[in-house]
Design a protein around this ligand. Structure first.
Ligand code: NAD
Ligand code: GLY
Length: 372
């Protein structure tokens, strides 16, 4: 990755007294004073994972300096560890260390570490400070921003959680150099999502630059992260607790969460399931008469260029989809609420898909075995 010429840039999530900055740049993990400036007090617990610790923990500690009480907790990796039992380990550690209300938790890792650390911070002594240091593309463009924290339940994805905003998000794009390609593709799914829901120019930019993005061109990756975070920050500032417009960020997620839960957490990556889910959402939008065939092909092409699946799992029938989709958090009554596309760059929340049409669509939609 060529990182020499790209200057760090920042933007704000505007939430009144809970506003916070997102800093984006290569090498920010160990930038002297940056993390320090966002701490609540002297006590710091870095929560990270077995994969990330050997790669980035030392650099982060170096950037923090040596005038603090810095401790670390290294958790196992994987979506299947995103449970209340793992979060309890964070609380146990904080209590055993005697950490007080002015402590700060730093989440160093992907969305799994970020979601769990944020939830631990939301509940510890009724709420302490935390900072997101996301290391996957997915967490840099999505999960670290906006304050959704929580864990999975065997009966549903992210069903236990809280809104709790970080003090800052520090995105070091250089960490993407060590990311497995499959994880990069998963992150690109959420990047493409922003173009599809509200920014046709960004979608066209992604179509033009997908090859260089997959080759980790740092200037382009930083641009993609910033544009994605800008869109997410604006939506979160408008609707922090998802009473309306924030639900648009769930394009592809109703199908995607059903796939993840049905396959067993961790078998399909979250971003892969969202990628397939966005393609299904485009196909359903076409059935409703909103998208032309050529537009659906465009959605398929950009997802395929990011190496994302374009079909539901072979082993998942319509009944399995519907069982999970009926439990989705967006549903407010018996009707299934979906995020669909009235056009490219123009998503909407829709709960009037006729049940028979939805069931037939789910019977007929493309299926494949994930070949990873
Ligand atoms: P992840 O956290 O499981 O990370 C993926 C894998 O990559 C892990 O094994 C991790 O150790 C490894 N990894 C992370 N950074 C690395 C690096 N720089 N180099 C090498 N390996 C690295 O997965 P994810 O895709 O980051 O996050 C998915 C989770 O995020 C899901 O649980 C999803 O529900 C959640 N999510 C939350 C929100 C939100 O708003 N809170 C939004 C989207 C997704
Ligand atoms: N990833 C969806 C949201 O933050 O609202």
């Amino acid at each position: 990755m060529n990182t020499s010429s790209v200057q760090p840039r920042s933007l704000d999530v505007a939430l009144g007294e809970r506003s916070y900055p997102i800093h984006v740049g290569a090498g920010l993990l160990s930038a002297p004073g940056l993390l320090h400036s966002h701490l609540a007090g002297q006590q710091v617990l870095i929560v990270t994972s077995e994969t990330i610790a050997p790669l980035y923990l030392q650099s982060l500690k170096q950037g923090l300096g040596d005038d603090l009480e810095v401790r670390e907790l290294i958790l196992p990796d994987g979506e299947q560890t995103k449970t209340l039992a793992t979060v309890t380990r964070i609380w146990d550690t904080l209590l055993e260390l005697g950490f007080n209300r002015r402590c700060t938790l730093i989440a160093l890792g992907g969305g799994v570490i970020g979601d769990m650390t944020g939830y631990a911070a939301a509940c510890y002594q009724r709420g302490v400070a935390f900072i997101q240091v996301p290391t996957t593309l997915l967490s840099q463009v999505d999960s670290s921003v906006g304050g959704k924290t929580g864990v999975n339940h065997p009966l549903g994805k992210n069903m236990i959680g809280a809104f709790w905003q970080p003090r800052a998000v520090v995105v070091d794009t250089a960490t993407l150099a060590s990311l497995p390609v499959r994880e990069l593709s998963a992150g690109l799914a959420e990047v493409i999502k922003y173009g599809l829901i509200r920014d046709l120019d960004f979608l066209a930019w992604l179509e033009r630059h997908m090859i260089e993005l997959r080759k980790l061109d740092d200037a382009l990756l930083s641009e993609a992260v910033l544009r994605s975070c800008r869109i997410k920050a604006d939506i979160v500032a408008e609707d922090e607790t998802e009473q309306g417009v924030r639900a648009l960020l769930n394009l592809g997620h109703t199908f995607g969460h059903a796939i993840e839960a049905h396959q067993g957490y961790g078998h399909w990556l979250h971003g892969e399931a969202v990628g397939a889910g966005m393609y299904l959402a485009a196909l359903l939008s076409q059935r409703l008469g909103w998208l032309a065939e050529v537009e659906v092909e465009r959605v398929g092409s950009v997802l395929a260029a990011a190496e994302l699946p374009l079909a539901a799992p072979e082993n998942m029938d319509a009944a399995a989809f519907l069982e999970h989709m009926r439990r989705d958090k967006k549903n407010l009554d018996a009707r299934i609420r979906l995020v669909l596309l009235r056009g490219l760059g123009d998503a909407c929340i829709y709960d009037e898909t006729p049940p028979a049409l939805l069931e037939q669509f789910l019977q007929e939609c493309p299926r494949e075995t994930l070949n990873k």
